[in-house]
Structure formats: structure tokens, C-alpha cells
Design a protein around this ligand. Structure first.
Ligand code: NAG
Length: 279
């Protein structure tokens, strides 16, 4: 790995550590909340190594199974996921494109790969012309951003926009998450896209896990050994074929018994439409 990789690794580590906070929980030990963009190129799993237990938990995606999924790179290094919402726009997490709330990285740092279920290869690779971060973004809330691509994507069976959900899923709905994130807290990045099925928790139902979740956060519950992990940030949560969430954070490490935090798309749909080319 060359020196450009090391520079961004250090940057991402600082970002991650700077955002560590405590969230009040009903258990006696405080829970630790973390964003999910701390990944290292050195941790890439060899392409031919595909053990069965993995995202954390879940399964490998087939080509074209998640045509809205992109991988986002900062100065050439994989950092986050995202979802295609139109030929020119991708939605991701705000913490993927900022060094801290209020301080955006230059758009020129970012590139997007679409149409590939592999990291670092396949599909099309396009540069980002502009990033738009939600103006109310601060740690863990309103953690959503838009990327305007420098060239329009051509849709095909492996590259397609996903429509935005207008309503929150009912409690206990099956929600599909996908991403190239680590397969466990200190684990590797999978070379191939993974997905898993989590369960939505509506307000009141997540209160038994966490006491102070913002109403714009979608909580997704899972059993131990499942859920989002570092590198899944910005990636999609899908319900009934529509985008319902954008990956934001985990609590107490990957695959813990705490729910994962996603920005709730129905809460941000108007902002997304006003700041993109969606009708
Ligand atoms: C809400 O969904 C969660 C997660 O699947 C489940 O554990 C809980 O029992 C549900 N609550 C109700 C009231 O059905």
C-alpha cells in the first residue's frame, strides 16, 4: 500500500475516535456508539476466501441483486456505502463526507463505483462533483448527505435507482441491509457485497434498548452476530423494495445485541428531493 492510503487511514481513525460518545442505555454498563466508516485497505479479505459466517452474519449478494448499492472511495480508498437515487445522485451518510460536523472534505476527494458486487473492481467508476450535507447534521443525527456525480449513470440490470420510502416500516418488519463493511468488529472487509435481514423497531419498542434515540433514526434490531459494521456507513436499508434508511452507527461493536442506527428516509425525503433532481 502506498503513502496516500496511509494518509486517509489516519484521517478516518481520527474521525472515528473524535465521535465516540456515550448513549444512555437501560443496562448498567454504558453503551458505546460509533459511526461505521473506519476501514483500512490493508484489511481487505482475499478474493478467494469466502467463509460462510459473516457483513456481520448474513450472506453474499449475487451480481445485480442490489443495483442501487454503490461503494464510496475517499482519495481512492474505500470508505462507505451509498444508494443511487437518480442517474446523477447518490445518498450516503454525512459522516462519510465530513471530517467533523460543519467541515466537509472537498468533493474532489470522492469517487463512486456503481454496478459491481466487488470492492475495487468492476462496474463503473465516476467522480463526485458536489457533496451536500444535511445542514442540521451533528453526531449521530441528521447523518445524511447527497453526492452529485460528475457524469450521469447509465442504468442497466446492475445499475438502477431505488425509490425513497414515504412511510416508516411497521414494527418488526424484515429490513434488508447491504454493504462491503467488515465481517466483524476487528474483522476483514469482504471482497464481495454482503447483505443481512434485520428487524425494524418503532418508537417505544426501541426504548428498552436505548433511551435517547432521535425520532429521525430508524432502529434495526438483530440477534448477536448480525448487523452493520465498519464500512457499511451510508449504505441502504430496504423495505418492500424502497429505501427506508441510511446506515449511521452501531452500539457496542458490530453484531452486538443493540440495534443499529439508520437515518430514517421518510423523515428526510423532502430534504433529499429539494437538494437533488428527484421530482
Ligand atoms: C417490535 O419488534 C421487535 C423486533 O423484532 C420485537 O422484538 C418486539 O417484540 C416488537 N414489539 C411488538 C409490540 O410487537
Amino acid at each position: 500500500m502506498g503513502s496516500p492510503n496511509r494518509v486517509s487511514v489516519v484521517t478516518q481513525l481520527l474521525v472515528g475516535c473524535g465521535l465516540l460518545v456515550l448513549v444512555t442505555s437501560t443496562s448498567t454498563t454504558p453503551a458505546t456508539t460509533e459511526v461505521l466508516n473506519k476501514v483500512y485497505v490493508e484489511d481487505l479479505e482475499p478474493v478467494d476466501d469466502m467463509p460462510s459466517s459473516r457483513i456481520v452474519g448474513g450472506q453474499y449478494a449475487s451480481d445485480g441483486q442490489f443495483p442501487h448499492q454503490i461503494s464510496l472511495y475517499i482519495r481512492g480508498d474505500f470508505t462507505c456505502g451509498g444508494s443511487i437515487i437518480s442517474a446523477s445522485y447518490v445518498v450516503t451518510a454525512a459522516h462519510c463526507v465530513t471530517s467533523q460536523p460543519g467541515i466537509n472534505y472537498p468533493a474532489s476527494y470522492f469517487t463512486v463505483r456503481a454496478g459491481s458486487s466487488q470492492l475495487y473492481t468492476g462496474g463503473v467508476y465516476v467522480s463526485v462533483a458536489e457533496t451536500k450535507v444535511h445542514p442540521q447534521y451533528r453526531s449521530y443525527i441528521y447523518d445524511i448527505a447527497l453526492l452529485r456525480l460528475s457524469t450521469k449513470l447509465s442504468f442497466n440490470s446492475r445499475i438502477r435507482a431505488i425509490s425513497l420510502a414515504t412511510v416508516e416500516p411497521p414494527n418488526n418488519s424484515a429490513i434488508t441491509i447491504s454493504g462491503f463493511g467488515r465481517v466483524r468488529t476487528s474483522g476483514e472487509l469482504p471482497s464481495r457485497l454482503k447483505y443481512n435481514t434485520l428487524r425494524s423497531l418503532t418508537y417505544g419498542n426501541y426504548k428498552r434498548f436505548i433511551s435517547d434515540v432521535d425520532p429521525t433514526t430508524l432502529c434495526l434490531s438483530h440477534t448477536i452476530g448480525n448487523g452493520a459494521c465498519y464500512g457499511d456507513s451510508g449504505g441502504p436499508a430496504v423495505y418492500n423494495g424502497k429505501l427506508v434508511g441510511v446506515s449511521n452507527y452501531i452500539i457496542n461493536g458490530c453484531g452486538s445485541n443493540y440495534p443499529d442506527g439508520y437515518a430514517k428516509i421518510p423523515s428526510f425525503r423532502n430534504w433529499v428531493r429539494q437538494n437533488s433532481d428527484l421530482p
